[in-house]
Write a protein that binds this ligand. Structure first.
Ligand code: NAD
Length: 354
């Protein structure tokens, strides 16, 4: 595997492969940039079919964390880790302790937290063997804990900024929103949207998760295959990456795409297709920064939940700046965000698509 030549490599500072025979741990840590501080990003547990797939994913996610952290204004660089394995079957406390030792061996260049497939309980095991971990349980009123609700708050505020920019509306009463994925973030987002009067359509591969949201927030259940193509004001992808691609974009009927999922665009070019279709895209790593803002405050220590919420309230202004600049310069919002992030990282511009 020619890692240095991979498109996703993008001048990563460090990539570490870790193995622990006793627990079966197979993990990769990628540190994209420590220019702004220790590289921070969650640990994903996923049953990758091949090592090449795991490497590509960790590199892509790690670079996104550099961009996300730079744009969120937190004093952290970008990194990410993956544990290769089936989260529902292969988890043990010892596995996460072994992962913690791997994190610790980097001496603080990388700080981990939970991500898809890992939880605050898993991070508690990691914390037994390293102090370079956040996203642990927090006492009420103190910064930290599950980042999901904080990510949801940032997405809600981002949706409001996008609705104001694209639809000229200052409230969400009657605004139609389709939410793909009602897990840790999507569930809380639905609650917040419903409280503001938005009309919800939801889809998830887990029927019980859909039923809960329908009962609690009067959402309408739609089929997983249909949610992306609904005629709604806002589509909020809160499940998987790469949902915006050459196959899905021609089917979209939403005016705005603004959701929590990481790496929503399959390729940078897909931003051009959205732009051409008149769909306003809120760059994922800008709108979904609430969780990392919480993690950053927790890791620094001494902060309250009110500090975290105040930081998250800066997300809509950041998005509006991107929307305005994209309109002024007739460019895609993702290209504008990438350029702003790279300027903050002190990196040379990469090949921009628009
Ligand atoms: P989660 O695993 O709790 O929820 C994801 C949900 O999507 C699950 O309910 C799952 O059943 C559902 N899903 C999976 N495939 C689907 C499909 N094909 N169609 C519809 N639903 C499907 O994860 P989460 O923590 O809520 O994160 C959601 C997304 O947001 C992920 O892409 C994650 O990387 C991103 N994100 C999360 C955070 C955070 O703080 N948790 C922060 C930033 C970004």
């Amino acid at each position: 595997m020619e890692i240095f030549d991979m498109r996703e490599f993008d001048a990563h500072e460090l990539v570490v492969f870790g193995h622990d025979a006793a627990t079966g741990l197979r993990a990769i840590i990628a540190v994209h940039s420590t220019a702004l501080g220790p590289a921070a990003g969650g640990c994903r547990m996923w049953p990758y079919a091949t090592t090449a797939e795991a490497v590509a994913d960790v590199l892509r996610l790690s670079r996104s964390m550099s961009y996300k952290n730079a744009m969120a204004g937190v004093p952290l660089g970008g990194g990410k880790s993956v544990i290769i394995g089936e989260a529902r079957k292969a988890k043990t406390p010892e596995l996460f302790e072994a992962f913690g030792r791997l994190v610790d061996s980097l001496g603080g260049r990388y700080v981990t937290a939970e991500d898809v497939g890992t939880t605050t309980a898993d991070m508690a095991h990691v914390a037994r063997t390293t102090r370079y971990v956040a996203g642990l349980g927090a006492a009420p009123g103190v910064a930290g804990g599950d980042p999901g609700p904080k990510t949801a708050l940032g997405v809600l505020l981002g949706i409001k900024a996008a609705v104001k920019f694209r639809l000229g509306r200052t409230d969400l009463a009657g605004v139609t929103v389709a939410v793909q994925g009602v897990g840790g973030v999507g569930y809380h987002l639905c609650g917040m949207l419903a409280a503001e009067g938005a009309v919800l359509s939801v889809a998830d591969v887990r029927p019980a998760a859909v039923q809960r949201v329908c009962e609690e927030f009067k959402a309408r259940a739609v089929a997983v295959d249909d949610v992306l193509a609904l005629d709604v004001d806002v589509l909020a992808p809160c499940a998987l990456g790469a949902v915006l691609n050459s196959h899905s974009i021609p089917r979209l009927r939403a005016r705005i795409v603004a959701g929590a999922a990481n790496n929503q665009l399959a390729q940078g070019q897909d931003g051009v297709a959205l732009h051409s279709a008149g769909i306003l895209y809120a760059p994922d790593y800008v709108i979904n920064a609430g969780g990392i803002i919480s993690v950053a405050r927790e890791y620094q220590g001494g902060a309250t939940e009110a500090h975290v919420i105040a930081d998250i309230q800066a997300i809509p202004a950041r998005l509006t700046e991107i929307f305005e600049r994209a309109r002024r310069e007739n460019r895609t919002t993702n290209a504008v965000a990438d350029q702003m992030a790279r300027e903050r990282l002190g990196r040379r511009p990469h090949k921009l698509v628009a």
